[in-house]
Design a protein. Structure first.
Length: 488
């Protein structure tokens, strides 16, 4: 057969095809690429049409499609006289000569006893791919323009496939955005929301790493950050790095293959997403930019909703007058903290505070002054809290403080400090008079005084009653002897 005979006069059939113009052959191959299938099979069908049209003068046909972002030509299909298969070769664009990439001319390379003809597929002033023909004869000069027509016709089919793939990718990303948006809108926990956000950026968008930085209410300082990384799951960042100036628009990282995507609600800066390919070092594909921006917009809405929900929930849990927690939430915290204390094998304190002669204050100065006294006491209690402590207005003029990891000595000092600081903060009246404030304090410790929250609550209340019975403006620690003194 002539395709296996290097001494063949060669390309005879191509000369015959010349009369009907190779552009028609390229058009038939391009039409074969314009179906619903955008896989390698559509390229294989086009290669087969070209091989059949050029007869035995061509040994092999290969089709490459250009990835415009990575600037790599990916071999889509290879067809010879023994059949066809999916391509596997990658050809960096810089390896092609300017004759092909810039001037859009065919280039021939002598490879042993064969010749490789690289034919550009130009569309929209740049190449979308390359057609490679392998034969035993060098292409005659008078056929060079003919094969370029073949390439120009075939380019339309290659462009169609590339756009179809971009549309499929965009549809996939849009689906991911829509699904994730639905999840985010239903979330009330901010951390869970952020975990979904960065996981989507890695799983659905294909990045090696995604990190979301959440700003404070002023939109200036990063208050938290959560990262998702391929193979590592989701984790909070312990050390938050200094961020560069963040633009109001998506921007590339100057040194890494990554993007900054701002998360905004109107003029408010809620955060910023950084996605990159720390392992592959591949630049982000352009087709993910708009879906990422869309996702950031949805995340901004979800973050704002979560913030509002948290504020509403926080407001519902707090006393309207003092801002301290209400009894219902406080009781749940007591149960939770006692379970933690049991696991840690440490001590937790319950401190009850009651105003001395508060009814007399209301009767003498009026309820507005009484409210001011309650607010003043709540402020002093709030100032005395450590991280992890929880304060509650039980009702009327009674307050409770839950203090984890509190021993007897610390409890004694805390109780006395509360008495002293509250007494040192009288409410000044417009007429120059002042209203002194006195409080009595009762303390009980878990587990030394009680083994459950009900008993702890009761015994703190008994200690408070003992302090009031002993003359007020003092504190009492619960003990069996104290209970006996109360007739218990």
């Amino acid at each position: 057969m002539s395709h296996k005979d290097p001494s063949s006069t060669g390309l005879a059939q191509m000369v015959q095809v010349e009369a009907q113009d190779l552009s028609a052959l390229g058009s038939r191959a391009a039409l074969a690429m314009c179906g619903t299938d955008s896989s390698y099979r559509t390229f294989q069908a086009a290669c087969q049409i070209i091989l059949d049209g050029l007869h035995d003068d061509i040994e092999q046909v290969r089709l490459y499609l250009l990835d415009p972002v990575e600037r790599i030509l990916r071999e889509e299909a290879v067809v010879d006289h023994f059949g066809g298969q999916e391509g596997a070769d990658l050809m960096p664009l810089y390896q092609l000569s300017d004759e092909v990439t810039v001037k859009h001319l065919a280039v021939q390379h002598h490879m042993g006893d064969q010749w490789e003809i690289q034919i550009p597929l130009p569309a929209e002033s740049q190449i979308v791919g390359v057609l490679v023909l392998v034969c035993y004869q060098k292409l005659p000069p008078h056929l060079e323009e003919k094969v370029l027509r073949l390439g120009r016709s075939l380019a339309l089919g290659a462009l169609f496939v590339r756009r179809s793939r971009e549309a499929e990718r965009a549809a996939f990303l849009l689906t991911a955005v829509t699904e994730t948006s639905g999840k985010l809108q239903g979330l009330e926990g901010r951390n869970l929301l952020l975990e979904n956000f960065v996981t989507t950026a890695v799983d659905a968008f294909g990045f090696d790493r995604a990190t979301i930085f959440v700003f404070d209410d002023n939109g200036k300082k990063v208050k938290s950050a959560i990262c998702a990384r391929t193979g590592s799951g989701v984790f909070p960042l312990k050390g938050i790095p200094d961020l560069p100036p963040i633009s109001d628009k998506p921007a590339p990282h100057p040194h890494l293959p990554g993007l900054w995507i701002p998360i905004r609600m109107g003029s408010r800066r809620l955060g910023v997403l950084f996605v990159d390919n720390i392992y592959t070092l591949e630049p982000p594909s352009r087709d993910v930019l708009q879906p990422l921006v869309d996702l950031a917009s949805q995340a901004a809405l979800a973050l704002e909703n979560a913030r509002l929900i948290e504020r509403l929930r926080e407001t519902a849990l707090r006393d309207d007058l003092t801002g301290l927690y209400r009894s219902g939430y406080f009781l749940e915290r007591v149960k939770e903290e006692l379970a933690n204390s049991r696991r840690r094998k440490d001590s937790t304190g319950l401190v009850m505070i009651d105003l001395d002669h508060f009814k007399m204050t209301n009767d003498t100065f009026g309820h507005p002054v009484g409210d001011e006294v309650l607010i003043r006491v709540a402020d002093r209690i709030r100032q005395a809290l450590r991280v992890g402590d929880t304060a509650c207005r039980k009702g009327g003029d009674e307050f409770i403080v839950l203090v984890p990891n509190l021993n007897m000595e610390q409890a004694s000092k805390m109780a006395q400090r509360l008495i002293d600081e509250i007494h040192a903060s009288p409410v000044e009246l417009p007429d120059g008079r002042s209203v002194d404030i006195g409080v009595s304090v009762g303390v009980a410790l878990f587990p030394s005084h009680a083994g459950n929250w009900q008993d702890l609550w009761t015994r703190a209340d008994e200690a408070l009653y003992l302090a009031k019975q002993s003359g007020r403006s003092q504190w009492a620690m619960w003990s069996p002897q104290a209970r006996m003194a109360l007739g218990g």
